[in-house]
Design a protein around this ligand. Structure first.
Ligand code: MLT
Ligand code: ZN
Length: 489
């Protein structure tokens, strides 16, 4: 990709003004690297429109010039999805200035948020109205609604409320030709053909720029109880989940698996954390049970269910938080695993899913195979067991540097993905494909899936200006040749 034409940059600067346009390298620098520091790209300008109309004009001008855009929210992608490539041909389109909660209707249980609203800001605004948006993840202080929609984010409450796909009622988006699609209307029934909202969710900015979303709310938490259970194996963790479901039903909102290896990393690298049980156990589960009614605390039923789990040997030990502060401390042990891993050294990250019932056996056999084939590596698999999704991370042998990713790390990834594909699972359960997994998606996905994705991409974005090089495998050579096609050749 060659540099954007100076005439285009001048027109964009005129349209967006000094608050919305910057080509100052110091302004651009933080947005050229992903959160994990795996990718570094180049871009000549950072575009920060404040309204959907400005986004629309930006996209139209860029489409006419055939210049690609890389949309960005909180820049917390785990797969390099928001980082431009190193050619310098693309411009960064930041949605962070579009950060207005346009409405929050407690009766209708609906919030309409612009793309740049930070998840935690929405949590607080909903709480002020006695409501909540039931999706949470470790990056909640910086992840934005547009990014969460575009990646179909998951997190730690999917067990009960599903991913963004189940929580988004509609979206407003600028399509690749600059037209504005307004799908925000919260109609319960609407059968006017293709569901464009669902098409844009999880599209990673390759089909358009999400500028706002209407989001479902639920009643605020009336009371919650958080517990930490110690177990002998991952299959005992699944037994515990089924035991709790049978005993107390869907009050269990979170069920997060933490191996001792991950807990040890947290205790070593995250200040202020401490061992939750008197003796460490090989596996742990963090459980949160919630009731919307303050007077109907799930504490007693959860306590009884855990006591019987202890009696029949499903769990080895358990601690129940007796205050909000203790509950937060337990959550911190789970939510800082990725941060602790960063301090530990290089690790090949795999965000995989198989069916919930398959997962314990899959984790055990895949870990044994990886560690045997690549001596010195250590599998640290943690996360959303109740969703059949774990972060199956493989730490490099001690002393390995970043070059490990290019050699053995890549072979480890291929092995993990081969195993998960053979088991009928997915190589991306919640983080998306981005640039990190594009090669692996191309290698492993069913040809029918790839052909359909390419056809949709070409139909909506024949100029290939929307986040090129992410998610959609290029049609042999066509991506490059279409990139400069322009709207009005
Ligand atoms: C998590 O579940 O903690 C996140 O998806 C982050 C990660 O995989 O590292
Ligand atoms: Zn996760």
């Amino acid at each position: 990709m060659s540099s954007p034409p100076p005439e285009l940059l001048r027109r964009l600067a005129d349209r967006l003004g000094p608050k919305g346009y910057s080509d100052d390298p110091a302004d651009l620098d933080p947005w050229l690297t992903d959160w994990r520091g795996r990718y570094r790209g180049k871009a000549e300008a950072l575009l920060s429109p404040a309204t959907a109309e400005e986004v629309s004009d930006v996209v139209r001008l860029c489409a006419e010039a055939g210049v690609p855009l890389v949309p960005q929210g909180g820049n917390t992608s785990m797969v390099g999805g928001a980082t431009p490539d190193s050619s310098g041909g693309a411009l960064i389109l930041s949605l962070r200035r579009m950060n207005v909660i346009r409405s929050l209707d407690r009766e209708a249980n609906l919030a309409v948020c612009e793309a740049g609203v930070v998840l935690e800001t929405l949590h607080q605004a909903a709480l002020a109205e006695g409501r909540r948006f039931p999706l949470s993840l470790a990056a909640k202080g910086s992840a934005t609604i547009g990014g969460l929609v575009s990646t179909n984010a998951g997190g730690t409450q999917v067990l009960r409320f599903g991913t963004m796909r189940s929580l988004v009622q509609g979206v407003e988006a600028v399509l690749p030709d600059g037209s504005l699609f307004n799908g925000l209307s919260p109609l319960k029934k609407d059968n006017r053909g293709y569901n464009l909202t669902q098409l844009l969710i999880g599209a990673e900015g390759t089909l358009g720029i999400v500028t706002a979303a209407s989001l479902k709310l639920v009643p605020a938490i009336g009371s919650r109880v958080v517990a930490w259970a110690g177990l002998a194996s991952a299959s005992d963790a699944l037994r515990l989940l089924r035991h709790l479901e049978a005993a107390i039903g869907d009050v269990v909102e979170s069920f997060e698996l933490v191996p001792r290896t991950a807990l040890d990393l947290v205790l070593r690298h995250v200040p202020g954390t401490r061992q939750p049980l008197s003796e460490p156990t090989p596996w742990n589960v963090l459980i949160e049970a919630v009731s919307p009614i303050a007077a109907e605390s799930p504490e007693k039923p959860l306590y009884e269910a855990l006591r019987s789990a202890l009696e029949i040997g499903i769990i080895q030990d358990v601690a129940i938080a007796s205050s909000e502060a203790q509950a937060d401390d337990l959550w911190r042990l789970r939510e800082t695993i990725s941060e602790a891993e960063r301090h530990h050294g290089p690790a090949a990250k795999h965000d995989i899913s198989v069916t919930v019932e398959q997962m314990p056996a899959f984790m055990t056999s895949a870990a044994a195979e990886v560690e045997e084939r690549f001596p010195g590596t250590q599998v640290i698999a943690f996360g959303h067991l109740g969703d059949g999704n774990v972060h199956f991370n493989v730490a490099a042998p001690p002393g390995a540097g970043p070059e490990w990713f290019e050699g053995e790390g890549g072979q480890v990834t291929m092995l993990v993905h081969d195993l998960v594909t053979a088991a009928g699972g997915s190589i991306s359960a919640e983080h998306g494909i981005g640039q990190m997994k594009l090669g692996e998606l191309t290698r492993l996905a069913d040809p029918a899936r790839i052909a359909a994705m390419q056809a949709i991409k070409q139909g909506l974005d024949p100029w290939n200006i929307m986040n090129p090089g992410k998610l959609v495998p290029p049609v042999d050579g066509a991506a490059g040749s279409l990139a400069r096609g322009g709207l009005n050749p």
